[in-house]
Design a protein around this ligand. Structure first.
Ligand code: C2E
Ligand code: CA
Ligand code: CA
Length: 642
């Protein structure tokens, strides 16, 4: 008994040591290692059983872990695949992703979102307020309303388009869509959605397919706010007679021809330059250049292309254009408004010149604009106070010594400036359309001249009154009715009326202009081409237009005595008009030598300071003396009366 009680502690020690050994091995599992088996060299059945059970447990754990890993790998693969698909879709649609945690008030914005705003492509987390602050002030409250309406369950989704300022300060058009995630009680937890840049879709001109004016606006803002600001110019060009393309062909063909032209223009421009389409067949582009020589290099190929004819239904159409350029001063703060205004002004000034002109904005142009502003005020004042005056300048038939007619020339009576010549206001009157009411007032003074007893007594019953028509008036379909009504009102025959139209008036739409002139001639009104030989005279017009008379411009006459080469030109033009059996009036004749020359070439009708300056009717009756008629032997007359 005593021996066994001595052995008992020893046996217990062995048992404890064996359990401890198993425990030590299991420590590995505590550290997360399961790829081992528990070993024991004990003979004790219970200990072996314990070790075996541990090994079964380890097996089970190993299996579970393996399965879990397999599941995780599968899940990871699926997540990866989904992410790739989502990224693909998002990058194809150019969409950014946003998520707004309602409770914290923070939004998370995807890297693509950040890139769309011109920032580094990293995920951004910021208060909602910071996002809203980038929205255009006029759009912001609508965006907030859309968010909160959906949050409150009043709408099915957020779907709103607005302008957002990117990191370069330029405005972009954004379409924002979003949905709320809600808990069981319907409480909104988060809102998430996409943001797409719709700048280009929204900003396309349907006719040409080019970016439109709103796009140009964004582009200008973007370039102006770039840091550092590059050298910049805004170039605008306008096609003046696009109506020609549409004449007599199907609209689809004309549009196709225009689009084709636009594509050819694009190809002549540097690849990065966006050509944008504005109303009234005007095109614009922003160039990162500010030296005239460099601008020449870019613009000359474009202008050369525009000078080529456009082929449409096997017909060739020549388009006329003008262009205006505004260069941003590198050293001055510039606003898009001012820049746009300068380019508009340069273009307007080019329109006043010959076709093909390119005009740069300058200080003198600014003064010109100021002058135009003042001129407009003066015109409005004259209209309000009936300040239109009709001056008459005789067109003298030097052979018969009679007055062929009188040109009615407008003057304005201004309280400050006194009597103002057309040079100071006609351009503005034409541009603003105020020429029409001015002209009606002039007609009311010019037509009675035909019936005035003093005039009839001095100049007979057959002289014409010649009236100038502005390009705009010529395109007015109601013009003829207006003229006929005025003749009826004043009781004068329309056969004693002559209209003077300039080439540029006809050029903008020759077909329409011809039709109008034809109708006038059918009504008995005579038609004269004014200022022939100034600017771009087209001989084609001399043959194709319905004309009675050609008035040769004084630029061809000026100094003709001293310049023999000029004599050849003038003589040739006179001969040509005579061959085409048009009446010829030579304007701007200031001296007897010129009269002599013209006489030799068979010119009869002369208008110029040599005979009389424009003057009011009363003065004309009192002071103007017609020259003596030429007797056949006179060649030319020895004296002329002034
Ligand atoms: P225009 O139709 O060529 O008219 C002739 C202009 O030449 C007149 O200037 C006349 O004074 C000027 N002139 C005539 N003979 C001579 C000359 O020997 N030497 C010089 N240096 N000049 C001469 P005005 O009256 O100042 O008119 C200028 C222009 O204003 C006109 O040129 C015409 O284009 C426009 N205009 C005048 N009245 C009207 C109008 O009622 N309607 C429209 N649309 N335009 C008008
Ligand atoms: Ca005239
Ligand atoms: Ca003239």
């Amino acid at each position: 008994m005593s021996a066994s009680s001595e052995q008992e502690p020893q046996w217990r020690d062995v048992l404890v040591a064996q359990i401890d050994a198993i425990g030590n091995q299991l420590c590995q599992a505590v550290d997360g290692t399961f790829d081992f088996y528990v070993h024991t060299d004990s003979d004790e059945i219970a200990i072996q059983k314990l070790a075996q059970l541990n090994n079964f447990t380890l097996d089970a754990v190993r299996r579970t872990i393996g399965e879990l890993e397999q599941t995780r790998r599968e899940l990871e693969m699926r997540v990866e695949e989904r992410t790739q698909r989502l990224n693909l879709i998002l990058s194809a649609t150019n969409d950014g992703v946003w998520e707004w945690e309602i409770d914290s008030g923070y939004v998370t914005l995807s890297p693509r979102w950040a890139r769309m705003l011109g920032q580094d492509a990293v995920e951004i987390r910021q208060p909602l307020e910071s996002w809203l602050a980038l929205i255009h002030p006029s759009d912001r409250s609508a965006v907030e309303r859309a968010f909160y309406r959906h949050l409150d369950g009043l709408s099915d989704a957020v779907d709103i388009e607005y302008r957002l300022r990117n990191s370069r300060g330029a405005w972009r058009m954004m379409l924002c869509r979003g949905l709320c995630q809600r808990d069981d009680q319907g409480r909104a937890l988060r809102m998430a959605g996409t943001l797409s840049d719709t700048t280009e879709q929204r900003l396309t001109d349907p006719l040409t397919g080019l970016p439109n004016g709103a796009y140009l606006e964004l582009l200008m803002q973007e370039r102006l706010h770039a840091l550092p600001r590059p050298p910049l110019s805004l170039v605008k060009f306008q096609l003046l007679n696009v109506a020609q393309l549409f004449d007599g062909v199907s609209v689809e063909h004309a549009i196709a021809a225009l689009r084709d032209l636009v594509q050819r223009l694009r190809r002549r421009l540097p690849a990065r330059v966006a050509l944008t389409a504005l109303p009234e067949h005007t095109f614009a582009m922003v160039l990162e250049l500010d030296a005239v020589a460099e601008l020449d290099r870019v613009l000359e190929p474009v202008e050369a292309l525009l000078a080529e004819p456009v082929e449409i239904e096997s017909r060739l159409v020549w388009l006329s254009h003008v262009s205006g350029v505004a260069i941003v001063d590198l050293h001055e703060a510039a606003s898009a408004d001012e820049w746009r205004r300068q380019a508009r002004l340069a273009l307007a000034s080019a329109r006043q010149s010959d076709v093909g002109t390119r005009c740069y904005y300058s200080e003198s142009l600014r003064q010109w604009e100021q002058h135009q502003g003042r001129a407009e005020q003066m015109i409005r004042g004259a209209l309000a106070n009936r300040g239109v005056r009709c001056f008459l300048q005789p067109i003298v038939d030097i052979v018969a010594g009679t007055a062929r007619g009188f040109e009615a020339l407008m003057r304005l009576e201004d309280p400050v400036e006194g009597l103002v010549n057309p040079g100071a206001f006609v351009e503005v009157a034409e541009r603003t359309g105020l020429i029409a009411p001015l002209w009606e007032m002039l007609m009311d003074q010019a037509l009675p001249v035909l019936k005035d007893p003093g005039m009839r007594e001095r100049f007979g019953e057959t002289f014409l009154i010649s009236i100038n028509l502005s390009p705009r008036q010529l395109m007015d379909p109601g013009l003829l009715e207006l003229m006929l009504a005025a003749c009826a009102r004043h009781g004068v025959a329309q056969s004693r009326l002559q209209v003077e139209v300039t080439e540029s008036a006809v050029l903008s739409d020759p077909v329409r202009a011809s039709r109008m002139l034809e109708r006038m001639r059918e009504a008995g009104i005579q038609v004269a081409m004014d200022d022939f030989g100034s600017g771009y005279s087209s001989l084609a017009q001399l043959t194709s237009l319905p004309l009675d008379t050609v008035k040769i411009d004084r630029s061809l006459v000026f100094d003709v005595n001293t310049l023999p080469r000029k004599q050849h030109v003038l003589a040739a033009v006179v001969a040509l008009c005579q061959r085409l059996e048009h009446g010829v009036v030579v304007e701007g004749v200031e001296d007897w030598e010129t009269v002599t020359l013209l006489r030799q070439w068979g010119v009869r009708d002369i208008q110029g300071f040599f005979y009389a300056r424009p003057m009011p009717m009363a003065q004309l009756i009192k002071q103007f003396e017609l020259p003596l008629p030429l007797v056949p032997s006179d060649d030319p007359p020895a004296v002329a009366t002034r």
